[in-house]
Write a protein of this length. Structure first.
Length: 175
DNA sequence: GATGTCGACGTGG
DNA sequence: CCACGTCGACATC
């Protein structure tokens, strides 16, 4: 059967105390999460065709989960995640990230070891940056060596905020 | 100690 | 080619 001309995804606003995130869903689940201020007025959700009940249900899980993480606690449940856009390597990295609980951190090097590619440290950084579902796939819990913050594609202030909510204190804060 | 350079790695432009 | 959300080793002051 032919695919339709319509893109098979929906974008829904996700309001939080920190602003409006934008959540994208495919038919398989949550496939992208954008921080507030990245939105910049694109994709007015009002212009979309009807959103299936299934997606609305997922969105409630996403909203609750994101709200939880922003408060520094562990989400009770996640919506299904559609990470199929990632490469094999990236998905292995993201899988490791999903195992890092709130308030815990790993370094890029430790993640590289965890996937059995101890020298691919920089590539791990790339995979973290390519993570389509930040916050829920907690790439903010990966720090540079010596407990330094490291980078964050969506802006270091978000990384700092998320870590602060989880009561992770960076070494440099005490110097 | 404090800096600087280099090679390793996967991915996208 | 190059540029990245890096790291550790080594060189040289």
């Amino acid at each position: 059967m032919n695919v339709t001309a319509d893109p098979e995804w929906w974008a829904l606003i996700l309001p939080t105390a920190e602003g409006e995130f934008l959540a994208h869903y495919s038919e398989q689940g949550l496939c992208e999460l954008d921080f507030p201020s990245e939105i910049g007025g694109r994709n007015s959700p009002a212009a979309q065709r009807e959103v299936p009940a299934q997606v609305l249900r997922w969105h409630e899980f996403t909203t609750a989960a994101v709200t939880s993480v922003l408060k520094g606690s562990s989400p009770a449940a996640l919506p299904p995640l559609d990470l199929s856009a990632g490469t094999e390597f990236q998905r292995r990295v993201w899988q490791v990230l999903r195992g890092i609980g709130p308030g815990r951190t790993l370094t890029y090097g430790q993640v590289a070891e965890a996937i059995g590619r101890p020298t691919a440290v920089r590539a791990v950084g790339g995979a973290c940056g390519a993570n389509p579902v930040p916050v829920l796939v907690p790439c903010h819990r990966v720090l540079a060596a010596n407990s330094r913050l490291g980078g964050f594609s969506s802006g270091q202030k978000w990384k700092r905020l998320l870590l602060a909510r989880e009561k992770v204190y960076l070494l440099c804060w005490f110097i």
